[in-house]
Design a protein around this ligand. Sequence first.
Ligand SMILES: Cc1cc2nc3c(=O)[nH]c(=O)nc-3n(C[C@H](O)[C@H](O)[C@H](O)COP(=O)(O)O)c2cc1C
Ligand SMILES: Nc1ncnc2c1ncn2[C@@H]1O[C@H](COP(=O)(O)OP(=O)(O)OP(=O)(O)O)[C@@H](O)[C@H]1O
Length: 181
Amino acid sequence: MKVHSADTLQLPESLVTIGAFDGVHVGHQTLIKNARLQAKAYNVPLVVYTFDPPPKVYFQHAILLTPLSEKLKKLEKLGVDHVITASFDAAFLSRGTDMFINELKELNPIEIWEGPDFRFGRDRNGDINTLKEYFSVEVFEPIHCDEGEVISSTRIRTLLLNNQIKDAQQLLLLSLDRTGS
Ligand SMILES: Cc1cc2nc3c(=O)[nH]c(=O)nc-3n(C[C@H](O)[C@H](O)[C@H](O)COP(=O)(O)O)c2cc1C
Ligand SMILES: Nc1ncnc2c1ncn2[C@@H]1O[C@H](COP(=O)(O)OP(=O)(O)OP(=O)(O)O)[C@@H](O)[C@H]1O
């Protein structure tokens, strides 16, 4: 797996997924594993575009679930080909949404894979439909936990705050055999 800083990677073709991916929880893992299978079928590299720190840590001081080094280890084990880590800071934010879209265009994604709640850009104004104005977007069904709730980094942070450590750990465990398909 190759790790790149923002604005340095160009590819003739790719399959891309974008997000904070804090924790690389079971929902993220299932999205990435399915995206990887599709990338293999297209014979193109899988690119994960992520932010460090996660935007919710930067803006809302949310608990950080995985430092970048741990996130990268998990992504490598999931078979990701390239990771772009954008330093999420004032300089990145000042570049704006158009620059972000232009950067994604340099990856020539055949498809971008996201869950339905994906947001991007200033004040989280952009959504899946905005992304669809520029790219072919595959919307992935959210993965639920056994109790029926959608697995999310926010839910895991709440479990940790409520001292439900084992439940949180369960959702963060790396599983290399479940595709969810
Ligand atoms: C260019 C750009 C600008 C952004 N500006 C904001 C912002 O003003 N406020 C915010 O909460 N998040 C901002 N974000 C973060 C996104 O809303 C979102 O958290 C990020 O794309 C990751 O998606 P995810 O939260 O679904 O993982 C920005 C992201 C990008 C790429
Ligand atoms: N349970 C899930 N099943 C499938 N895809 C998911 C799941 N949770 C998140 N995703 C997708 O993974 C990508 C990255 O999401 P993100 O990092 O915002 O995760 P999150 O768990 O929703 O985080 P937070 O709770 O902090 O908003 C997005 O496309 C999102 O829709």
